[in-house]
Design a protein around this ligand. Structure first.
Ligand SMILES: Nc1ncnc2c1ncn2[C@@H]1O[C@H](COP(=O)(O)OP(=O)(O)O)[C@@H](O)[C@H]1O
Ligand SMILES: [Mg+2]
Length: 203
């Protein structure tokens, strides 16, 4: 991936479903605002591109797509997201906090049986985040939390897949720069503190 020289900072939050991304993105935004920084919150897949809309339909089971077709849509959505939203905000000196990014394509694509190196290659021309924070929570704990949220289905299959997703998440520091894996099984406030510690170096 490509390092950027824009005045803003690009922070990505990664983690399994139920790992606490949404909660932590909100807390990080509050922290940045308190520090007088302008932060914009983003999410992939987006709801703004044609590819993003198609991905949402696939995720809801309304249309079907093979694993590679699906990951190509994520890459297309990401291309537009960078061009239209992320890069313009970074040029204006803003903090961009994005929940999920290229690392999700690599980890989830791999869990669907695609080749890891091919997935890395498909994402090589995208911006490298200034920090990618992986919220590390075991698949079993994520499933427990999602069950509480009332959204569990095909749990056995799901846990096996999440274990594969995690395999890649844990390897990210060997493949990319600026990756920080933090313990997401601590209480929300303690997880937030770990994230603030990473981001504080940009203030
Ligand atoms: N550190 C934590 N400890 C316990 N429960 C948590 C923690 N972080 C988040 N949760 C709960 O787990 C569920 C999933 O969190 P959420 O922020 O929606 O995760 P994600 O966006 O990664 O799916 C929510 O019900 C949330 O309140
Ligand atoms: Mg979420």
């Amino acid at each position: 991936m490509i390092k950027h020289n824009y005045p803003g900072k690009f922070i990505v939050i990664e983690g399994l479903d139920g790992s606490g991304k949404s909660a932590q993105v909100d807390l990080l935004a509050d922290f940045l605002t308190q520090k007088g920084k302008e932060a914009i919150l983003k999410n992939e897949p987006t709801t703004e591109s044609e590819a993003g809309v198609k991905i949402r339909k696939i995720l809801k089971g309304e249309i079907k797509a093979e694993p590679m077709e699906r990951q190509k849509l994520f890459v297309q959505d990401r291309t537009e997201h960078l061009e239209n939203k992320i890069i313009p905000a970074l040029k204006e000196g803003k903090f961009v906090v994005c929940s999920r990014y290229a690392f999700s394509t690599i980890a989830y694509g791999y869990s669907d049986g695609l080749d890891e190196n091919l997935l890395i290659e498909m994402n090589k021309d995208f911006l490298l985040p200034d920090a990618t924070i992986v919220i590390d929570v075991s698949p079993a704990e994520c499933i427990k939390r999602i069950e509480k949220r009332g959204q569990a289905k095909e749990l056995f299959e799901k846990e096996k897949k999440l274990i594969k997703v995690n395999e890649i998440y844990k390897k990210l520091p060997e493949i990319f720069e600026n990756i920080f894996i933090i313990d997401g099984e601590k209480p929300i406030e303690e997880v937030s503190e770990q994230i603030r510690n990473v981001v504080s170096k940009f203030l």
